[in-house]
Design a protein around this ligand. Structure first.
Ligand code: NAP
Length: 187
């Protein structure tokens, strides 16, 4: 548990823990240093949108890979470069990165070898994560500092939870989908 960020609505706050903590903990395992080149694969999803912003907080040069319709969103989150996964394959363009983070479990580490520098690492959301008060408080502080923002795609009332799941199951949500239990989502 942590206090809600003062500048976030309840809906935005609900969208922080799962994607935010996963991105934070898995990125940490990449030991990112200032100036490192970090590629976020699936940059428009829940984990991906946090990963782009957190990697920027670590001072990385961030490349976000997503579909064409999400390029502007990922750019707006601070990505230095954006790439459409339907148009370009980063594994074949000759560029190398210090960290490749597959947030959507769509690619294999073995296929990224040529895209990783000598000490480059491949990380993914297959890694286990844990609930952590410290991490939640850290995320709250980053949101309050304006360094990280939760991305909300759609909000559904509780009665439409099945509809919400159907939408999420399509696999193309941008950031997060929120269920409101009461109609009022005032900050
Ligand atoms: N380890 C953990 O603790 C932990 C925590 C949370 C989630 N996860 C796992 O992490 C994965 C991601 O979760 P999530 O909630 O962040 O996912 P999500 O928000 O549902 O991911 C949706 C995004 O995936 C992108 N996408 C779909 N197909 C793609 C492809 N072929 N290449 C690149 N991007 C693609 C979509 O972008 P486009 O529409 O632009 O293609 C969309 O924006 C899931 O497998 C989830 O189970 C693990």
């Amino acid at each position: 548990m942590a206090r809600k960020p003062a500048n976030a609505s309840f809906g935005e706050t609900a969208a922080i823990p799962i994607g935010g903590m996963a991105a934070l903990q898995i990125l940490r395992s990449g030991n990112i240093r200032r100036g490192d080149g970090v590629l976020i694969y699936g940059a428009s999803g829940s984990v991906g949108t946090y990963a782009v912003q957190l990697a920027k907080c670590y001072g990385a040069h961030v490349t976000g890979v997503c579909s064409g319709r999400n390029l502007d969103l990922v750019r707006s989150l601070g990505a230095d470069e954006v790439m459409g996964h339907t148009k370009e394959d980063f594994r074949k363009n000759g560029e190398t990165y210090d960290v490749v983070f597959d947030t959507v479990r769509k690619i294999k580490g073995s296929g990224c070898k040529r895209s990783l520098g000598e000490k480059g690492v491949f990380i993914s959301t297959w890694s286990p994560t844990r609930e952590s008060n410290e991490d939640l408080i850290h995320l709250k502080e980053l949101v309050e500092a304006g360094k990280v923002r939760p991305v909300i795609d759609r909000t559904y009332p509780l009665e439409e939870v099945m509809e919400a799941h159907r939408y999420v199951d399509k696999g193309h949500k941008r950031g997060n989908v929120v269920i409101t239990v009461v109609g009022d989502d005032r900050a």
